[in-house]
Write a protein that binds this ligand. Structure first.
Ligand code: COA
Length: 321
């Protein structure tokens, strides 16, 4: 599964995020559920998260910011790929609303690979560019609070809402994606699922155990394909589900936590939005420069997993002809 599919690569040229207005602290859960700030902080690393909005609405806000940064308007975008496991409707794709609102003249579809969605979407975006598209708006957007039982302390504290977007543009040459890995184990569906019209059901301990394994194995495959080691990586952006999962995976991979992006205390678990939210914070903190190696690694319901190694591009706005 080497990523050098074509001579036409892609690079990120803009990014943006969006959060709903309602800020929920651990104290808010403490006030109405049988839980404590101490338990949530120690067992998950979470402190604050945001609830509200719609998946398309958050996606539009994040997408608009990414397009502005890239200096593009809707007519420049060939495709909007909205990664979400919480669409606003069954029909049509929530991406249809994003397409209409941002004036995008290209195609629009949703992609659901649960919390692995953004990395799956990143790979799909590179593949579409390899086949000739020029500019893709890739978004991870979720409103998990809508499918979470707010009376269930096992899940209510974990899942939250938000969005992160990236503009991915074609370049001549190999581009930023050095390697990727995607997989799914459908025998584990029952560990984390949500029936239509119902709330999320989760076997937390088993999800935890498997999450560490699949993250480590997927990251190793991507690193091996890219020919890089843990020491070569400047930044690692894992899915933000539990600080203990992140720490356990980092330790097994031989990664220092200094290279790992952690934003779980700020946003909780926002599924396919968690990696772009954490990545954008890391960029804003000046933690990644042109030429640096970046590993993204996600896992989630399915049980799905995905990882990718990127060589962070220079922001010189090059676009392939
Ligand atoms: N506050 C206080 N106690 C809580 C609680 C909360 N919010 N949630 C659960 N508990 C209780 C449990 O009921 C259990 O009580 P019991 O021993 O009386 O039955 C006790 O804490 C221990 O529960 P356990 O499930 O063993 O805790 P844990 O250390 O495994 O942590 C999770 C629970 C859910 C935080 C953890 O398993 C986890 O993060 N799993 C992965 C979830 C995940 O990543 N999901 C998304 C995938 S994308």
């Amino acid at each position: 599964m080497n990523a050098h599919l074509t001579d036409r690569g892609a690079v990120v040229t803009g990014w943006g995020t969006a959060l709903p207005d309602r800020r929920i602290t651990n104290a808010d859960f403490e006030a109405r559920l049988d839980t404590t700030d101490e338990w949530i902080t120690e067992r998950t690393g979470m402190k604050v998260r945001y609830h509200g909005g719609t998946t398309a609405g958050l996606a539009i806000d994040a997408g608009r910011r990414a397009m502005e940064m890239a200096g593009l308007t809707g007519t420049d975008i060939d495709y909007v790929l909205l990664c979400t496991t919480t669409p606003d409707w069954h029909v049509p794709a929530s991406a249809a609303r994003v397409q209409e609102s941002l004036g995008i003249t290209g195609g629009a579809s949703d992609l659901n690979a649960a919390c692995s969605g953004f990395v799956y979407g990143l790979v799909h975006a590179h593949a579409l560019i390899g086949m000739g598209l020029r500019r893709i708006l890739l978004i991870g957007s979720e409103t998990l609070s809508r499918i979470t039982d707010q009376e269930d302390r096992n899940t209510a504290i974990l899942f939250a809402d938000g969005a992160g977007a990236m503009v991915i543009e074609a370049v001549d040459g190999p581009g930023q994606l050095l390697s990727f890995d995607m997989g799914n184990d459908g025998t584990a569906i029952e560990l984390l699922y949500c029936d239509i019209g119902d709330h999320l059901k989760m076997v937390g301990k088993e999800v935890f155990r498997r999450a560490v394994t699949v993250m480590v194995e997927s990251a190793r495959r991507s690193m091996e394909q890219a020919g890089v080691t843990a020491d070569d990586l400047t930044l690692v952006v894992p899915h933000q589900a539990n600080i203990r999962i992140i720490e356990a995976a980092a330790s097994r991979l031989g990664l220092s936590m200094e290279s790992v992006a952690v934003s779980i205390h700020r946003y909780g678990n926002t599924s396919s939005a968690s990696i772009p939210l954490a990545l954008v914070d890391a960029i804003d903190e000046g933690r990644v420069r042109a030429g640096d190696l970046v590993l993204l690694v996600g896992f989630g319901a399915g049980m799905s997993w995905a990882s990718a190694v990127l060589r962070w591009p220079a922001m010189d706005g090059r676009t392939a002809s």
